[in-house]
Design a binder for this molecule. Structure first.
Ligand SMILES: *Cc1c(COP(=O)(O)O)cnc(C)c1O
Length: 460
């Protein structure tokens, strides 16, 4: 029997095969198999449809990536035309093809000044693996091979490969597989709500930034190669640092000559209301991993944007950078990314979001800070994090952690909204093309889900 959306199999058939053969990422398979997966079959604009015909508002833009929204035929046409012309060729042996060349030039134009080279990857994780190797190679050709430690932060997310998960600061990920790899150190995150109680916010921002300086002193100045951070932590819970944080980090990196790596995989391509998170904070990064919004998720592609200092040093030194992927700069992915960027530019999607829907989105969300379930609402541009609290006056946390978040997330889905939970933090990151009306719909569903969650947990 076919389901409502014309797919050849019924929901229960899909679920049965999924249960038996499909191992999902970041998933408790036992729990999922008890419940059955939701099968998404179609999407348009900001909406998804499942096999039962439910329409769901995608408050997460897929996984923070579908910035221009679903259903843009131009991107499909670009991939199709490129695959007919040249579906694949590599860039290893002194060859290249127009889409990779064109995209690298466009990226040099749209990214902040001083980042002229793009090294292509297939994902954000691979971009961060590239960062680890390039940073160490850079110090090595500068005659300081022992300068090999990369400092990152607790609760950072930089991807899921061995190197990227090591850079990340997620304890449950480190616990599986013996991570982090040697030469990665972590400092505190600038999470004011969680760690800054009783402190002035600016003072806390300086304290969190100076944890970098303390770490440099502890390790020895000549051991530290780079500092990597998301301008705003995404997967960790949309953690917006105090305004004092980034200028101090920039000062420290300059003073100790440490490379600053801005992981723009989420912040890039409009999420903050600016093209890049480094634009938003006025930062100068030496390396900039990008992915997700680069192609709005229509095909996989990532890159590391390489600053002039690193590029000139490594290129000048001669010799091969012994690193690359079969699909580095895949022609179809590049063609889609080019079209995606052209649409962002032509339709001024980022600028329009920044001027109109983003302030509206943030204003509507801020009103939830009066809700009995909500400890804090924070956000920038088109993403936001909402802390649920067992007692908003004392900031008491739920026991067990994540109980309220999971409940709320499940209620959201029942109410036709994808809102992600990170522990007991609720996360929103809708497509940039969402309209005011659709924001009203989203806010209504959030309100309904918060009320139901509070009721179920007995919070008034
Ligand atoms: C998603 C993400 C990554 C990893 O990207 P993948 O494409 O999933 O490998 C890296 N850094 C940040 C900040 C991310 O949010």
């Amino acid at each position: 029997m076919s389901n409502t959306s014309g797919n050849p199999r019924s929901t229960s058939e899909y679920q049965a095969f999924d249960r038996r053969h499909h191992w999902h990422p970041f998933t408790d398979t036992k729990a999922l198999n008890k419940k059955g997966t939701r099968v998404i079959v179609r999407a348009d604009g900001v909406y998804l449809w499942d096999t039962d015909g439910n329409r769901i508002l995608d408050g997460m833009a897929g996984l923070w990536c579908v910035n221009i929204g679903y259903g843009r035929k131009e991107l499909c046409d670009a991939a199709y035309a490129q695959m007919l012309e040249l579906p694949y060729y590599n860039s290893f042996f002194q060859t290249a093809h127009p889409p990779a060349i064109e995209l690298s030039k466009i990226l040099a134009e749209v990214t902040p000044a001083g980042l002229q080279y793009a090294f292509f990857t297939n994902s954000g994780s691979e971009a961060n693996d590239t960062v680890v190797r390039l940073v160490r190679h850079y110090w090595s050709v500068r005659g300081q091979p022992s300068r090999d430690i990369i400092i990152s932060r607790d609760n950072a997310y930089h991807g899921s490969t061995v190197a990227a998960a090591s850079l990340g600061g997620m304890q449950p990920m480190h616990a599986q597989g013996g991570l982090p790899i040697p030469g990665v150190e972590h400092i505190m995150q600038p999470h004011y709500y969680l760690l800054g109680e009783g402190m002035d916010e600016k003072e806390f921002g300086l304290l969190a930034a100076r944890a970098l300086e303390e770490k440099i002193h502890a390790l020895g100045k000549h051991r530290v190669a780079a500092f990597i951070a998301e301008p705003i932590q995404g997967a960790g819970g949309v953690i917006v640092p105090p305004s004092s944080y980034w200028p101090e980090i920039q000062r420290i990196c300059r003073e100790y000559e440490i490379l600053l790596v801005a992981d723009e995989v989420i912040c890039g391509f409009g999420r903050t209301g600016e093209w890049f998170g480094t634009d938003y904070y006025g930062l100068q990064a030496d390396l900039m991993p990008i992915a997700k919004g680069l192609s709005s998720g229509y095909l996989p592609i990532g890159a590391v944007m390489i600053g002039d200092k690193v590029a000139e040093t490594v290129i000048e030194s001669g010799g091969e950078f012994a690193h690359g992927y079969t699909y580095s700069g895949h022609p179809a992915s590049c063609a889609v990314a080019i079209e995606n960027i052209r649409i962002l530019q032509r339709e001024r999607i980022i600028e329009k979001a920044a001027q109109d829907v983003a302030p509206y989105f943030q204003k509507c969300l801020a009103e939830f800070s009066n809700h009995p379930l909500v400890g804090e609402v924070r956000g920038v541009g088109m993403f936001a994090g909402i802390e649920l609290s067992a007692d908003k006056r004392t900031r008491a946390r739920f026991k067990p952690l994540g109980k309220a978040g999971t409940l709320c997330r499940d209620l959201c889905i029942e109410n036709g909204l994808v809102m992600r939970a990170v522990g007991d933090r609720m996360i929103l990151s809708p497509p940039l093309v969402i309209t005011r009306e659709q924001i009203d719909e989203l806010i209504g569903k959030v309100a309904q889900s918060f009320d139901m969650t509070a009721k179920e947990l007995g919070i008034q």
